[in-house]
Design a protein around this ligand. Structure first.
Ligand code: COA
Length: 158
């Protein structure tokens, strides 16, 4: 089973992060990493992380490439997984699922987190199935129920 290592995006690795690509068809599903890093620069509640294969763990300079990006927000008792992308070259190998598991593990350790949630664009069936299989279910928070483009889900058994 694929395992990942998550690491802060820093001066050393941010260019790698900016070079990560999803497929042309997937560009509507997730914001560009440039946008995510800009948002994180101005918002201290956002935590952007580079995704590596677990082989990178323990190395000051990882000897394997960054393969994806994720970012969560900590606010109002909610750990909200705002972004998840795996570079097109590394998709379909279990890294997306492994990244979600690792982010959820981290959020569960955080004392302020009472709800773990995420969202995806309507029509993003791969994300919908992935989150469903990890135990995320519809989140009936008022602003989310009838959102025109986004489906909000939260982890059921927290
Ligand atoms: C969603 C995404 C992160 C999944 O990453 P990944 O590394 O390819 O995912 P995994 O290999 O862990 O696969 C997860 C599940 O999706 C399925 N899947 C992955 N790519 C698929 C594809 N192209 N077609 C159909 N199913 C696919 C896998 O079969 C797997 O299901 P399973 O665990 O039941 O076998 C990746 O497709 C991506 O970056 N997409 C663009 C951005 C995006 O949509 N992000 C989510 C926004 S909220």
């Amino acid at each position: 089973m694929a395992k990942v290592h998550l690491r802060k995006v820093t001066r050393e690795n941010f260019r790698e992060c900016l070079n990560l690509q999803v497929t042309e068809l997937q560009k509507d599903w997730v914001a560009a990493n440039t946008q995510s890093l800009a948002e994180a620069y101005v918002d201290p509640n956002l935590f952007p992380l580079g995704v590596y294969d677990a082989a990178a763990c323990g190395y000051e300079q990882p000897e394997v490439p960054m393969i994806g990006f994720t970012m969560y927000e900590l606010a109002a008792g909610v750990g909200f997984i705002m972004r998840l992308m795996i570079d097109e070259k590394y998709q379909g190998k279990g890294y997306g699922r492994a990244t979600m598991l690792e982010v959820v593990r981290r959020l569960k350790l955080h004392p302020d987190v009472e709800i773990i949630a995420t969202s995806y664009r309507k029509g993003n069936e791969i994300a919908a199935r992935l989150y469903q299989s990890l135990g995320f279910r519809q989140w009936n928070i008022p602003y989310a129920i009838s959102h025109p483009t986004e489906v909000y889900v939260k982890l059921e058994d927290l």
